[in-house]
Design a protein around this ligand. Sequence first.
Ligand SMILES: Cc1cc2nc3c(=O)[nH]c(=O)nc-3n(C[C@H](O)[C@H](O)[C@H](O)COP(=O)(O)OP(=O)(O)OC[C@H]3O[C@@H](n4cnc5c(N)ncnc54)[C@H](O)[C@@H]3O)c2cc1C
Length: 457
Amino acid sequence: MVEEERKITNRITSSHKKLSGLSQVERITQIKEVPVVAQYDVVVCGGGPSGFIAAIAAARGGARTALIERYGFLGGMATAALVAPISVFNYNGRRVIDGIPWEFIERLIDIDGAREEKPLGNITFSPEKYKLIAQRMVLEAGVSLYFHSYLTGCKKSGNRLTHIFIENKNGTEAIAAKYFIDCTGDADLAFQSGVPMQSLSTELQPATLIFMLGGVNTDLLPKIRHSQQGVNYHDLDMRRVLEEQGKKEKLPQFGGPWYCGVLENGLVLVNITRTHADMADNRQSTNAECLLREDVFTFVKFLKQNIAAFKEVYLVNTAPQAGTRETRRIKGVYTLKGEEYIEAFNFPDAISRGCHPVDIHSSKSNNQRCEFLKDAAFIPYRSLIAPGFPNLLVGGRALSADGVSSASVRVQASVMGLGQAVGVAAALCARSGLDVSEVDIAELRKVLISYGANLTK
Ligand SMILES: Cc1cc2nc3c(=O)[nH]c(=O)nc-3n(C[C@H](O)[C@H](O)[C@H](O)COP(=O)(O)OP(=O)(O)OC[C@H]3O[C@@H](n4cnc5c(N)ncnc54)[C@H](O)[C@@H]3O)c2cc1C
């Protein structure tokens, strides 16, 4: 059965080749006039956890700011891939990521949209309430929102970006700005601008299609709470069952499994599927979506048969997209290295923190490598800018970092911290007219600390 499913998805890939009708890639030139529909101080591309926080920070800093998002809602992986929980704001019980990111969590808690699990500062949340509060905070800050708008390219003068191109129902539109922030996760804007990328390992971390189950007996499922430092909350019992069964029949690849509640009775998100795919490549991501959807149905049946809490479950939905853990990262002015990150080396230009373990999922096996930090780590500003690109900043998981440090920074609380930093930096640049590499670091850190960022202890 599983073999048959894999044949189906293999057929999808080979049919792309056959049906494309081309033996090799042809190139044509497309010339068209594009209207410049708006002009801002700062344009943020990507409305995920780093991007919507960046837009709020830039706008609160006095910059006229726009936020571009391909979906009709904010939250990125948190809402589009149903990635839960939001990990983590605390290290050994003390809050190390603070300011606008934590203000967002408090606003969510206020409408019963989140629960803090102490001492980690781990956040279980309602994806729908997340979308609502993110959008409210962005609009309250005075940000212009462009939903259903796909960033497809940019115009430059030398290495200075002048416009981005977006595609939406109006056609192609150009937006001008003085500074640009790339929070697309996949470094789409930096890539389109010609910023060199890190050479990545051939084993990118896997893509995962998360799904929501209804009818779960949550009283029988204690693993939906995450409340202890140094514990990896996967379901060891279920893992053993999967491993045993895997010896008898060919099962799809799996991780965890990890479960997370969404604050509603009987509903649980399940993170179990995985496949290797470069999700920044259209054909590979199409293939991954199809394969993982088949796997979801296999696993729902499996969970129903093997876990008492899941006996009566039904599939509510799969996430709108398969979650992407790793794709492009820029080669920045500085590349954050695993050793200095784990040792909590304090950089003079530290602008945010990380406190999640290094978390590397294998895409070729069912394994995961977890390494715990010696203390809450620091992230330097230089890893968010690229040499020679005077008006581009990169927030979120596409920062300049090696495979080890990025495997911790990529989680949601830390990328929100990066969003806050690039938003403040862009607003300072918009005021001074300086290049992003000329930002007054002392001033940047002062503003971040005044917002609540913890950059010292
Ligand atoms: C399966 C899985 C499990 C995970 N588990 C956890 C966990 O337990 N805890 C945790 O904290 N983190 C977890 N993560 C990591 C975390 O979700 C992501 O690393 C984080 O969301 C990255 O934030 P970001 O803002 O950099 O990018 P994203 O969240 O990817 O946001 C990017 C945004 O940009 C938009 N976008 C992208 N390209 C374009 C374009 N060309 N035009 C317009 N818009 C665009 C996207 O729609 C999206 O809204 C997990 C990730 C995955 C995939």
